[in-house]
Design a protein. Structure first.
Length: 127
């Protein structure tokens, strides 16, 4: 399960980060637009929360090396993000995105996320 989830989540997050860094303005426009659409936030939150619950139920592993713990942390992050998307009022979400409201800041944030997701992917494919 660790290897499968590491490959799956690692690739999903890695490719997402690469696209966000390549198209930061489009990413920011989409995030700001989404924060204003309560229906889209709800549906996105439900799917993100459901994916997080699936990972947490199927892989709540806090020992056995760095990769199993990283996969578990990603699952918990998805769960928390899904709940936040459903529960936070749109103005609060927009305020939380305010720091990222420039392409340069978004790229800066994406660098560690890209490195982390590349590491998870590499560990899963070689492990």
């Amino acid at each position: 399960m660790t290897i499968f989830l590491g490959k799956f989540l690692g690739l999903v997050y890695f490719l997402t980060c690469v696209v966000c860094m390549a198209r930061p303005k489009a990413t920011l426009d989409a995030a700001n637009s989404m924060a204003k659409d309560t229906g889209l936030l709800l549906v996105s939150g439900i799917f993100t929360m459901a994916a997080g619950i699936a990972v947490v139920i199927g892989h709540n592993v806090w020992s056995g090396g760095a990769l199993p713990v990283a996969v578990t942390v990603l699952g918990w992050m998805m769960l928390v993000k899904g709940i936040a998307l459903m529960a936070m009022p749109p103005p609060m979400l927009l305020a939380s995105y305010a720091f990222l409201n420039t392409p340069q800041r978004l790229r800066l944030l994406m660098i560690p996320a890209t490195i982390f997701s590349a590491w998870v992917t590499a560990m899963a494919f070689t492990g």
